[in-house]
Design a protein around this ligand. Structure first.
Ligand code: SF4
Length: 535
């Protein structure tokens, strides 16, 4: 049996043509009947559905049929699942992700087994019994280390009467999945990101281990033979034309039916969302998926995979999810994308998420629709030894000392730029000397100053959040920190072009603006802190 990458090398062109289909090849009712009668739709029928949806009034029809088919075919359940991040160190450079290696604003944390155990206890006390372990490509967190976290989760769940351990991680070899299955892993979640190779290459910068497109495509050809038959596939919507990615994911699901006789356990429906310090994720592009198209995609997936769970997640708001969820799906209510984030609170994670009503309230709403919640048990008290949060004492004086140090570095930076005005760098020696000084300055801001911003957000800002009138200020300060990270990246890029051209004009503009804005930011923060102290 050929692997999926071998199949897709041939069928990729067919998917491209189907994505461009403008006139449906089959009547809508025939496609609905096929979805109900057969294990699911092929890419041809799904392409016809998408072509039908060019007529706006057909979209509601497709949505109603999708809900009806699921009512008939799927169990009347809703499975709760909670992601738990283990590490935010990453050696990849996925341009859409807050944890990409070069993002100076990302806080890097690797949970020890003890820290993880404490967080897991908290989550279990909330009643969760389906745990998705999530990790980035951290070289110090290979499959052997990971197996210990899987074993611990398995043991704790078994003690409570059972549950499910899932995993979303870098892709591994077949023998690694054998080891993880032996440790208690039951299902694996992995998105191809985009099935379009040239766009995949654009989003995953040279040097990233993740850039191996075909190795990723063949993941399930290693996972399933390793004995793990519950798999979740999908694409990150917004990296390429969604029609192509949705049809390719359906093609992938049909390959698994033919090759291994199984339906995907779940289908990923993540849509690209803004991430902190990630410019590419914040700008709309020609691939941005509108709400209306997103709803259509969910209905197409519901019909194409009538027995698989769509993985509803907190990238979307509650109203979107609750209106689109159908019988037999997966639902996330509690979601923190930072390692240790359920204990720490308030630390920006991999991407932005929405707040939801409480898990009990969501379960009640689902029950009213006849959907029984699974993997959500009654809440139990947390063991007394659990810390409720980490954190340091509120220390305004230390904060001001750090500001003073940053101000001195800003003056040095300004002096180097003033030197560039006098000696713009036609002379190679002058240019190299200026660049060496600028590199040291940049290093200070990317390390000390960014660390300072994180400490402010994690510790000091938290002390002010009790005051309702401070929320807008604190959010503005966070946004300014984010802007600083992006400006430092821009300045670094301009240093590279100055090195080549010897023309410092853009470097001067970016640098002077950054210095001015940072000085203003420090003054605003201090004025705010002084006001809080007086109040
Ligand atoms: S998407 Fe995953 S692999 Fe890529 S940078 Fe983010 S955490 Fe790392």
């Amino acid at each position: 049996m050929p692997t999926f990458s071998e199949v897709f090398r041939v069928s990729g062109g067919r998917i491209e043509s189907l994505a461009a289909l403008s006139a449906p090849a089959r009547p809508l009712e025939d496609i609905f009947a096929a979805a109900e009668r057969t294990p699911g739709l092929d890419a041809e029928d799904a392409a016809s559905l998408i072509a039908w949806a060019r007529e706006p009034e057909r979209r509601a029809e497709i949505h109603t049929a999708a809900q009806r088919v699921r009512e008939h075919v799927a169990p009347h359940t809703m499975e709760f699942v909670i992601p738990v991040y283990l590490t935010s160190f990453c050696e990849n450079e996925c341009l859409y992700c807050g944890y990409r290696q070069s993002n100076a604003l990302a806080e890097r944390v690797r949970l020890s087994l003890d820290e993880f155990s404490r967080e897991l206890d908290l989550i279990l006390s909330w009643g969760h019994r389906q745990i998705e372990l999530v990790l980035s490509e951290d070289p110090e967190f290979g499959p052997e280390v990971l197996a210990r976290y899987v074993e611990l989760t398995r043991r704790k769940l078994d003690r409570l009467g059972g549950g499910v351990v899932g995993l979303c991680s870098p892709v591994y070899e077949r023998e690694d999945y054998v080891r993880l299955a032996a440790a208690g892993l039951e299902w694996v979640v992995e998105w191809q990101e985009t099935y379009h190779q040239s766009h995949f290459d654009r989003w995953h910068v040279t040097g990233s281990p993740k850039r191996d497109f075909e190795y990723r495509l063949d993941l399930w050809d290693r996972v399933i033979p390793a004995g793990i038959r519950k798999i979740a596939l999908g694409a990150l919507l917004g990296l390429y034309d969604w029609r192509y990615d949705v049809l390719a994911a359906i093609e992938h699901g049909n390959y698994l039916r033919r090759a291994y006789g199984l339906d995907p356990h779940a289908i990923g429906i993540p849509r690209l969302k803004p991430a902190r310090g990630v410019l590419a994720s914040q700008k709309p592009s020609r691939f941005t998926v509108s709400d209306d198209d997103y709803r259509l995609i969910l209905s197409v997936y519901h019909l194409a995979f009538p027995r698989s769970r769509l993985f509803f997640n907190t990238r979307e708001n509650y109203e979107m999810n609750i209106s689109m969820v159908a019988a037999g799906d997966l639902f996330t209510v509690d979601c923190d994308t930072f390692p240790g984030g359920y204990l720490r609170h308030d630390t920006p994670g991999q991407f932005s998420t929405h707040g939801f009503p409480s898990r009990r309230e969501v379960a009640r709403v689902l029950a009213a629709r006849g959907l029984k919640s699974l993997y959500l048990e009654a809440e139990t008290p947390l063991p007394a030894s659990e810390p409720s949060s980490t954190g340091a004492p509120h220390d305004i004086l230390k904060w001001q000392e750090e500001h003073a140090k940053i101000r001195m570095a800003l003056q040095d930076w300004q002096a180097i730029l003033a030197g560039l005005v006098l000696h713009p760098g036609e002379n190679l020696t002058d240019r190299q000397a200026a660049l060496a000084a600028l590199r040291m300055t940049l290093y200070f801001f990317k390390t000390y100053a960014i660390d300072h911003c994180r400490r402010e957000e994690n510790v000091l800002f938290r002390t002010f959040t009790a005051r309702s009138d401070s929320t807008a200020n604190l959010q503005a300060f966070r946004d300014e920190h984010e802007r600083l990270g992006i400006d430092l990246d821009k300045f670094e890029r301009q240093m590279a072009s100055y090195q080549l051209s010897g023309d410092p004009s853009v470097l001067l503009t970016v640098g002077e603006r950054t210095i001015r804005e940072l000085n203003e930011h420090l003054a605003r923060e201090e004025e705010f802190a002084a006001r809080q102290s007086v109040d």
